[in-house]
Design a protein around this ligand. Structure first.
Ligand code: CO
Length: 671
């Protein structure tokens, strides 16, 4: 079958041949779909969930130049609603052949692209839903926003036996088409929707709660409406222009999806499920290219809500495994999402018919000044040495229903690696009668509350500190245990405990010992004779409020521990399993550690769970200022000293350093 494509050659696609780890091009996505469509496996009701690169095997000796040349292969996840079956296909694009086609019984797929839009249209036509709206005095059904929340798992009630693919749409009412609809949640009306037949199964009505009285708009056209809150009468006018200029251009170079910057090198990847991926992160240390991570990406996220009422109790969305971060990625805009000299990579995903969909500017890359990297003033001579810190930022932002999630990797000139999630967008809301206060949440505006909830993000890092033979140590700081050695009661030591096997591989942070974890290569030592390593510095440690006995407890076991360590297995990529949609069992990490593989001096993977504990505030309304959560990987004996010593003084400092430290004119100091 001939493959026709309308996908133009777009930014981010390689100009000089395709690297084995490059994301699929639009042509390749459509070629994969066409090969499946022409095969014996196709049916009228077969749809494509996700089409992504089938990544080539990791080269055993980490020699990245030895990656196999194409044939390029695609990994297709397809769903046949007619027989309720997921199929996984590996498609050899060069040969035009399907190498494997494997049914995955008993599992449900993440949303197909069309589900997000079509569900709303169908629910609006349903007489039961219309009756519930009429009961609430709502007559203009076209103004309803109906968000298709993933169904979660309810237990084996009648219609969940042999269940179709279902979702649980919730309704919000606008008063004008572009208004902020989440300000008027229709409390207590729960639709159960069959996405196989695209029909409403059931509408539950738990009783009328009045719609909140005030609007919650934030868009300029509504801003100065007297019904709006919080009240303000004009934009502030005293914020002066702040421009980032790099007259000599950025300090990074880009070749296709390959990036080099300040001794760092990596390959950027992108796919419908994970969105942004980093491959083959290395650092060139005095001429030696040293691997640090082979692959890093978000592996799953979940948002469990803590309100037992009918509308909120089973809000437990896995925004990656049930929807897809790449599919939901924003097109980023210069001067708005990113500032300065930006390089953008386009994201290319698929629709359910296998057509390529280009998301222009899905990944943003730029440099940021990050204050000082290091400084010392010699108070006797007045001599000052100070260096600026610079970081490379690679980021993407996904909108999943009401929430925005920004995912940021930062690489620093001093060898640090940081991961940060920025949470913004709009709270999920509930309506409450005037004069009442929510028990399991907080009021954000009259008649509107946000339920208590948490966000957990798990980041999978396939570590490769100077090679694949790595070990993890848990490092605790404790008082000197021998009283004879501690006469002044001031001595303390660090105690390193090997995480020896997967049975010990689920770890928790400990406040009393300032715990951190360290990944080392026992076969490579620094000039002081210690194994080279990186330490994982927890930043936001949030105890999970998910309780045993709840359905979400097993579905999202990854939130129960801060750090999980597993032996590398290319099939183990997602912390809550490949298909968490509508599942009830403990998939993912608990399965991965079940065989208790030994972890010492082996190819291992870190899975770090970041938490955001969200007791909502009025300040989170009507749109949330970014909350920031993340962690840092810091070299610990990886280098033989401060790796940023060789960063040159900036021109201004160099000039002023010629004079005395006390002769700085205002504006010349380098803070
Ligand atoms: Co939140």
């Amino acid at each position: 079958m001939a493959v026709e494509t309308s996908i133009p050659h777009v930014g981010g696609a390689p100009l000089s041949g395709i690297h084995p780890l490059d994301p699929l091009t639009g042509d390749e996505i459509e070629a994969c779909a066409a090969i499946v469509a022409a095969s014996e496996f196709t049916t009228d009701s077969l749809r494509f969930v996700m089409i992504s690169l089938e990544e080539p095997p990791k080269p055993a000796d980490l020699d990245f130049d030895l990656l196999p040349e194409p044939p390029r292969k695609a990994f297709a996840v397809a769903y046949d609603g007619g027989v309720k079956m997921i199929y996984e296909g590996i498609v050899n694009l060069a040969e035009g052949e399907i190498e494997t086609w494997t049914p995955v019984p008993g599992r449900f797929p993440s949303y197909l692209a069309e589900h997000m839009e079509t569900v709303e249209v169908v629910v609006r036509e349903d007489p039961r839903w219309q009756a519930a709206m009429t009961k609430r005095g709502i007559s203009d059904f076209d103004l309803a926003m109906i968000d298709p929340w993933p169904a979660g798992y309810y237990g084996a009630q009648d219609h969940y036996d042999n269940s179709p693919l279902i979702c649980r749409p919730l309704t919000f009412m606008r008063t004008a088409p572009s208004e902020h609809g989440y300000a008027r949640p229709v409390e207590g009306v729960i639709v159960t929707f069959d996405m196989d037949s695209m029909k409403v199964i059931d509408v539950e009505d738990h009783g009328v709660v009045p719609l909140p009285p005030t609007a919650g708009n934030y868009a300029p056209e509504f801003m100065f409406d007297e019904n709006n809150r919080p009240a303000f009468s004009e934009f502030r006018s005293d914020l002066k222009a702040l421009e980032i200029t790099q007259p000599d251009g950025p300090s990074f170079t880009v070749d296709g999806w390959g990036v080099t910057w300040q001794k760092w090198a990596l390959r950027v990847g992108f796919n419908p499920r994970e969105g942004l991926v980093l491959h083959q992160l290395t650092y060139a240390d005095r001429g030696r290219v040293r691997p640090i991570m082979y692959r890093a990406s978000l592996s799953e996220m979940v948002v469990p809500y803590g309100d037992p009422s009918p509308t909120h109790w089973n809000k437990n969305v896995f925004d990656m495994g049930e929807v897809g971060m790449g599919l939901m990625a924003n097109s980023l805009t210069l001067g708005c999402d990113c500032l300065g000299e930006i390089y953008y990579f386009d994201g290319i995903v698929n629709d359910s018919l296998g057509k390529a969909v280009v998301i222009p500017n899905a990944v943003c890359m730029h440099e940021e000044d990050y204050g000082i990297s290091w400084k010392h003033t010699d108070f006797r001579t007045g001599e000052v040495e100070v260096r600026r810190s610079r970081r490379l930022v690679i980021s993407t932002i996904a909108t999943v229903g009401n929430y925005e999630y920004g995912f940021y990797w930062y690489l620093y000139t001093d060898g640090n690696i940081e991961y940060e999630v920025k949470l913004s967008g709009v709270l999920t809301t509930g309506a409450i009668a005037e004069g009442e206060k929510p028990t399991w949440g907080a009021l954000v505006a009259p008649g509107i509350f946000g339920p208590n909830h948490q966000h957990f993000f798990n980041v999978r890092m396939d570590m490769a500190i100077d090679g694949t033979g790595n070990s993890v140590y848990e490092v605790d700081s404790v008082p000197e245990p021998d009283p004879a050695l501690n006469p002044h009661h001031n001595a303390w030591i660090t105690k390193e405990t090997l995480v020896a096997s997967e049975a010990e591989g689920a770890r928790d942070w400990e406040y009393s010992t300032a715990r951190y974890w360290k990944v080392v290569n026992p076969s490579v030592v620094n000039e002081l004779g210690s194994p080279v390593g990186y330490k994982l510095m927890p930043r936001d440690v949030v105890p999970s409020m998910v309780q045993e006995g709840s359905y979400i407890y097993d579905r999202a076991r990854f939130v129960q521990h801060n750090l999980w360590v597993t032996k590398f297995d290319s099939k183990e990529k997602y912390a809550a399993g490949n298909y968490p949609y509508q599942s009830k069992d403990a998939q993912g990490l608990p399965e991965f550690i079940a065989d208790d593989a030994p972890l010492e001096d082996t190819d291992l993977v870190l899975w770090y769970t970041i938490g955001a504990h969200h007791v909502v505030r009025p300040e989170d309304w009507p749109v949330m200022p970014c909350a920031y959560v993340g962690f840092m990987l810091k070299p610990v004996g990886f280098f033989d000293g401060n790796p940023a010593l060789d960063v040159a003084p900036s021109a201004a400092c160099h000039a002023s350093a010629a004079g005395s430290a006390h002769e700085h004119k205002d504006g010349e100091s380098c803070h």
